[in-house]
Design a protein around this ligand. Structure first.
Ligand code: GTR
Length: 331
């Protein structure tokens, strides 16, 4: 009897040693799946890879972020939901598709809100950026730093856009946000919300006539191969976050939170530097390939067309009016 008990006790201790070993492996290296829509070599991808490496190194493997690039984990609206639920640990999200989920962030999708990238950085790096981060956190996303995404301009397969009437009748792909539908309709174009990954084929087959994006995305997505008119409307300057799933963030020690936050800020600094060079390079690549790039002489004509978009938005969201004017006043 005694012998049997001690055998059982031995077995038990072997079993619990095994369980402990397993636990310490998982406690040691928690893979953090990170969503990124862009390919290798894109400024964001480089910065995110560096973030992942530094976090793994500085937490001595307690957190092991792994980037899944090229949108392989799903399109952006799905990925945002996955990060909110903790199924994904983090992602680099654009505030455009964030709007339908975190209403305050729609402010950042108002056309011509920011006058320059510098204006956007000043706003997002200061107290107003904190207000957006608080709104995101209420929806279970912890925004740690803000990436650049340049200025988005219109491109199409048919003609240069020099004035608002040139958009009339063009079928333009937009990101998933009703504000962009209103924006294109205010120019008498037809807006088609569509996932980023479907745009190339749709341009090629004529399902759409055009889209809008910054130079690095226009180039890396190969849209420039099938869309030869790029017009510098620069109508949207939209920040992007490194956003962590709140459940993951809350599970970290103070020390690991500090590391993750510091590295997210360092990644944003790197991304902004790479962005400046990358945009120039991308512009050169598309120009060399025969894309006709035109300046828009009178941007205020486009801006005026956006007045109804602002009016409607503020009528529906009177509580966000001060946020809009605070941003406009930050120059
Ligand atoms: C890019 C942005 C992506 C995605 C894409 C799009 O500029 O970085 O996050 O929003 O545009 O048009 O869908």
């Amino acid at each position: 009897m005694l012998k049997k008990m001690s055998m059982n006790a031995n077995l038990l201790s072997v079993a619990s040693a095994g369980a402990l070993a397993l636990m310490s492996v998982s406690a040691h290296a928690e893979e953090w799946r990170g969503w990124n829509i862009h390919p290798e070599g894109y400024p964001n991808t480089e910065a995110l890879e560096s973030f992942a490496d530094k976090v793994a190194e500085r937490t001595e493997g307690r957190i092991e972020p792994k980037m899944y690039n090229n949108g392989v984990l799903g399109d952006q609206p799905d990925a945002i939901e996955q990060a909110r639920s903790g199924a994904l640990a983090f992602g680099n999200f654009n505030m455009g598709p964030m709007g339908p989920i975190v209403n305050e962030t729609n402010v950042l999708s108002l056309p011509f809100l920011f006058s320059s990238r510098e204006h956007m950085h000043d706003v997002m790096d200061g107290d107003i950026g904190r207000r957006f981060a608080d709104a995101l956190e209420e929806k279970n996303l912890v925004a740690l730093s803000w990436f650049d995404s340049g200025a988005r301009s219109l491109y199409n397969t048919d003609r240069p856009v020099e004035e608002p009437s040139d958009v009339e009748g063009l079928k333009i792909r937009v990101m998933n946000n009703d504000l962009y539908v209103d924006m294109i309709e205010a120019l008498d174009g037809n807006a088609t919300p569509m996932a980023y990954g479907e745009v190339y084929q749709s341009l090629k087959t004529g399902v759409i006539d055009g889209a809008e994006n910054n130079f690095p995305s226009f180039e890396s997505s190969n849209h420039y191969e099938v869309s030869k008119y790029y017009s510098l409307t620069e109508h949207l300057i939209i920040p992007e976050c490194i956003c962590i799933a709140k459940s993951k963030w809350d599970s970290l020690s103070d020390e690991d939170q500090d590391i993750v936050r510091e590295e997210a800020l360092a990644a944003a600094e790197l991304q902004r530097e790479l962005w400046t060079e990358g945009s120039e390079e991308s512009r050169q690549i598309v120009e060399d390939d025969g894309v006709e790039i035109n300046e828009v002489k009178d941007k205020s004509a486009f801006q005026e067309k956006m007045q109804p978009v602002y009016d409607q938005f503020l009528e529906e969201n009177p509580d966000l009016e001060s946020l809009v004017s605070d941003i406009q006043d930050t120059i």
